[in-house]
Design a protein around this ligand. Structure first.
Ligand code: IVH
Length: 679
């Protein structure tokens, strides 16, 4: 860390104070990272602090305490309910370097120790978490996490749910192998979207998401999280009959173990620069996260000769990519009110190109976070992507801060309705609790109409905003009194679009009640939880009267969701809303869709695009029908499209379908097929 005083210039007292402070901080950081899967600081900050502590402790060994983080191999001991597993051979971590110069120093030491030039196997450093897999006579008998290196956690049941990990090897070998469990970027993005929909904190990066998912006590939960694996190491290469790490990987693949095939054998260290450059370039487009390159001495005999230090192997080193980072200037801090009334600050910045996309906004999450980062309007900040995906402000460049820059005031009133904001006990967020707050209504109504909720086609955010402005709606129940004449007063509405929307609203009354329950936007109640509760209780009226005991008794529903539901329906205005919805004719009963998706249907699993004007039914009705028959209705035509259904005046989508040779049907073709289906 550049700002730190040189160690040789420190007095003993100063060193002692700094060592003790770093030890404390790194223990806290470690607990947040390993136990809570919610890091307090970014990896490179942790790495820099850790490196500084190692250097200080080397110079002042009298201050090394047994509980110093440098004395543990890995993270803090975990405290979850999983069984502990003792690793017979400790699961070591890797030493890391951050520059080609440091890599060269490592190679100089290696060549000196071996007395000759080794060749190296270069591998990608997968950003996940290490696991050990034990196979006995080819059968997977145990999977465990690294834990603190000596003792990990038993995650066998969870690893069983990961498709990539074979339960049986292609040969009846007894062997312990190690590798990385990771969450592909796409799974990470959809998991976080779902978590945010459900009012849960998103995971900071795919690694934390993978760790959180693997350490679930319920393996069914792990299965939903779509994890993958790469296996890259065994201490028992002799059992594979090979003598090189590069051959170990090849043998793993023969055994049916998932391996990363981007490895490369090089004869001298100078060749690593090309590999690093190549993967720095490819990094963004890989479907999984990597945070560096692992260099391994290829010859296993040399590996054994070099051996390990207490903490890390001497035969391998990790080169860590510098964090992809840009600087930009903060122009504004916007406070927005979400559906649940949470008032969140977002930094709005000059746009910059970062890891493949243009970024202009980064969430500052809540007032505490803003306070901690102390971002001010006009500040130059570093910007990176957490887990390669989510834009995040690193730090303010204080040297570039204008003397006049002022701390950003935390609002005391709602930016939308002006009501006093509250800090609910036990929460970090600031909330507007005015149920009539227009911003909350805007978000709440848009959510109600959204696809996974009541699926009211044509009732998007712009229309909702106009309806609120004209005071045509006041809550979700008032949607059901909208008339064609009222809609005609809105911008761009014509007879046909007004009729279609009124019809879509009417159709939504028939939805299964789980959609309605999800649409109400009760905190923590996502689409899945809504379905689970309604499938059990059948009637939304029953749920509205249920107590916490009755709701937690439902398989798959936890205390927090049950509390939230009861709290919601305890409010008289929630009961009144439900009564209004019922009066408007909205269905409160659960309609099971079990069995309605017929896997033998012609449409099952097909990707279908609708385009042009349809005569016999509206596009949304057709889309619903197709989805009910297992089709995936998409908005644009690609090579993967199976079928395009084109009405009259179809334009570019039809053209594209024809160019790509995708099958095109008329509306009549579809009607014929629908009749065939029902016969
Ligand atoms: S080898 C004894 N190879 O990086 C050496 N580790 O920062 C075992 N990692 O603990 C590790 N990709 O969790 C190895 N290709 C790779 C890796 C890799 C990711 C992880 C692993 C390790 C950590 C060290």
């Amino acid at each position: 860390m550049a700002d730190n005083p040189e160690i040789s210039k420190l007095s003993t007292k100063e060193a002692q104070v700094e060592i003790s402070r770093l030890q404390d901080e790194l223990i806290d950081d470690g607990i947040a990272y390993y136990e809570k899967d919610a890091p307090l600081v970014e990896d490179h900050v942790y790495d820099a602090k850790y490196a500084r502590l190692v250097a200080l402790e080397a110079a002042f060994p009298q201050f090394v305490t047994p509980d110093s983080p440098t004395q543990n191999v890995g993270g803090a001991q975990t405290k979850s309910g999983l069984a502990k597993v003792q690793h017979p051979v400790p699961m070591l971590s890797l030493g890391d370097v951050f520059s080609l110069e440091e890599l060269q120093e490592w190679e100089d030491r290696t060549v000196k120790a071996l007395g000759s030039q080794p060749s190296y196997n270069l591998e990608l450093k997968i950003d996940g978490l290490a696991v050990s897999l034990k196979y006995e006579e080819g059968q997977l008998v145990q999977a465990s996490t690294r834990g603190n290196g000596s003792i990990g956690e038993d995650v066998t049941a969870n690893v069983w749910t990961i498709n990539d990990v074979p339960k049986t090897l292609n040969e009846p070998l007894t062997i312990e192998v190690r590798g990385e469990i990771y969450m592909p970027k796409a799974s990470f993005a959809s998991l976080n979207e779902e978590r945010e929909n459900q009012g849960q904190e998103p995971f900071a990066n795919p690694r934390n998401a993978a760790a959180g998912s693997l350490r679930q006590l319920d393996a069914k939960e792990t299965k939903k999280r779509k994890l993958s694996a790469f296996i890259y190491y065994t201490a028992e290469a002799d059992r594979l009959g090979v003598t090189k790490q590069s051959e170990v990987l090849r043998r793993f693949a023969e055994l049916g173990l998932p391996t990363n095939t981007d490895n490369r054998v090089i004869g001298k260290m100078a060749e690593i620069a090309d590999y690093i450059a190549e993967y720095t370039e490819k990094r963004d487009s890989l479907p999984y996260g990597i945070d560096g390159v692992v260099v391994k001495v290829d010859e296993i005999d040399s590996e054994i000769d070099l051996g390990n230090t207490v903490k890390v192997p001497r035969w391998s080193i990790a080169y860590k990519f510098p964090p992809e980072e840009e600087q930009t200037v903060v122009r504004d801090i916007e406070w927005t009110v979400g559906r649940t009334g949470a008032v969140t600050p977002t930094a709005v910045m000059d746009p910059v190109l970062l890891a493949g996309t243009t970024v202009q906004r980064a969430s500052l999450h809540n007032p505490d976070y803003l306070e901690m980062k102390d971002v001010r309007v006009g500040d130059t900040v570093t910007l990176h992507k957490a887990g390669d995906i989510i834009p995040e402000i690193g730090q303010v460049i204080l040297d570039k801060r204008a003397a006049t820059a002022e701390k950003y005031p935390i609002p005391t009133t709602c930016p939308s309705c002006g009501a006093d904001l509250v800090h609910v006990e036990g929460e970090v967020v600031l909330r507007c609790i005015n149920p009539a707050c227009p911003a909350q209504l805007q978000e709440g109504l848009t959510h109600f109409a959204s696809r996974n909720a009541m699926n009211i086609d044509g009732l998007g955010p712009q229309i909702v905003s106009q309806l609120l402005e004209k005071k045509l709606v006041t809550d979700v129940a008032s949607i059901y009194s909208l008339t064609v004449d009222q809609l005609l007063t809105l911008d761009k509405f014509k007879e046909k679009s007004a009729n279609n929307l009124v019809q879509a609203i009417k159709n939504s009354k028939e939805n299964s009640a789980d959609r309605l329950l999800f649409g109400l936007g009760i905190r923590l109640v996502g689409a899945k939880a809504a379905k689970t509760m309604m499938a059990e209780l059948n009637d939304l009226g029953t749920l509205a009267q249920a107590n916490v005991e009755k709701i937690v008794a439902i398989d798959g529903i936890g205390q927090a969701i049950a509390d939230s539901v009861v709290k919601y329906f305890d409010e008289p205005q929630s009961q009144a809303l439900l009564a209004e919805l019922a009066n408007a004719g909205v269905n409160l009963a659960y309609k099971s869709d079990n069995g309605s998706v017929d896997e033998n249907s012609f449409f099952y699993g097909k990707k279908i695009v609708l385009t042009g004007k349809l005569e016999k039914s509206s596009r949304s009705e057709l889309a619903n029908w197709l989805e009910a028959h297992g089709a995936n209705v998409a908005g644009s035509v690609s090579k993967k499209t199976d079928l395009v259904i084109a009405g009259s005046d179809a334009g570019s989508k039809l053209q594209k379908a024809e160019d790509l040779g995708v099958t095109v049907w008329s509306e009549q073709d579809l009607i014929n097929a629908q009749q065939d289906e029902s016969n």
